[in-house]
Design a protein around this ligand. Structure first.
Ligand SMILES: [Zn+2]
Length: 268
């Protein structure tokens, strides 16, 4: 029965989700993401095996650290469950079943998961620190290079499209590193542009356009709500302050995932 396959896929998704929460916390704090043992950020108690199981550990521990009873943020549970759901939706969109397990589909799905992992981590870090983490951008570009190599072996027809986008991304990165290094604001904008280019490559032009439209709508709504809030509270919040709290990378990534699933279900 395929239901068991999808339960396994869901559990895999929650494991990915568990890794995302770890990466989102550790990468900006410069903690090693693979070797350091998982620990409670409050009392540094090392997590045992059962405390590492996604979703269940949260429920069993009642959302608290076993040692210091510090509340674990529900965000961890939400990211784990959502990752499970998204992976199930995408696998279903790719028509994965016991009778339809083709290597080519699995490889494509693998690349998509590697890409999505990158943008989820970028989104999480942007939401926390309002910063597009450069190391994760490099990771995504690395995946893109691997994908181009894969296409070279399997299907050379649309490889030029990828190489073109890769070249533009690399040029923007060089401009950013060499010229704009000290101007934080321009650098954020440019990082968003680089992120968008990576999205175009992995999810296609149509999904990318829908992503941009959805992101612009979210930003417009965000600004509107903030204007109403300022108007009501009579405490002046300047446009600059509103812009500074605008996590464009986060909105872009979330819109991209939603639009990707939407397009998979509507057109495939
Ligand atoms: Zn603790």
């Amino acid at each position: 029965m395929d239901i068991f396959l999808y339960i396994i896929i869901f559990i895999m998704g929650t494991l990915f989700g568990s890794f995302y929460t770890l990466a989102i916390y550790r990468i900006p704090n410069k903690i090693d993401i693979t070797h350091t043992h998982s620990f409670c950020p409050n009392c540094h108690h090392k997590l045992g095996f059962f405390e590492l199981i996604p979703v269940w550990s949260y429920i069993l521990l009642g959302g608290k650290c076993k040692e210091c009873k510090q509340k674990i943020r529900p965000r961890y549970l939400i990211i784990e469950v959502l990752s499970g759901i998204v992976l199930v939706l995408i696998a279903k969109g790719f028509n994965i079943s016991y009778s339809n397990l083709q290597i080519k589909t699995l490889i494509e799905l693998g690349f998509l998961i590697l890409y999505l992992s990158g943008i989820v981590i970028i989104a999480g870090i942007d939401l926390e620190k309002r910063k597009i983490e450069r190391n994760v951008i490099y990771y995504a570009i690395g995946i893109l290079v691997l994908y181009i190599i894969y296409l070279c072996i399997v299907d050379k027809t649309n490889i030029y499209r990828y190489i073109m986008y890769l070249s533009i991304t690399l040029i923007l990165l060089i401009i950013d590193t060499l010229i704009l290094k000290k101007k934080a604001n321009t650098s954020y904008a440019l990082s968003i542009l680089i992120l968008l280019l990576i999205m175009v490559v992995f999810t296609g032009e149509a999904v990318a356009i829908l992503t941009v439209i959805m992101t612009l709508l979210i930003i417009a709504l965000y600004i509107l709500l903030n204007k109403i809030k300022t108007y009501k509270s009579k405490v002046k919040i300047t446009d600059k302050e509103i812009n500074k709290k605008l996590n464009i990378g986060f909105y872009l990534a979330m819109s991209n995932i939603i639009m990707l699933i939407y397009v998979i279900y509507i057109f495939l």
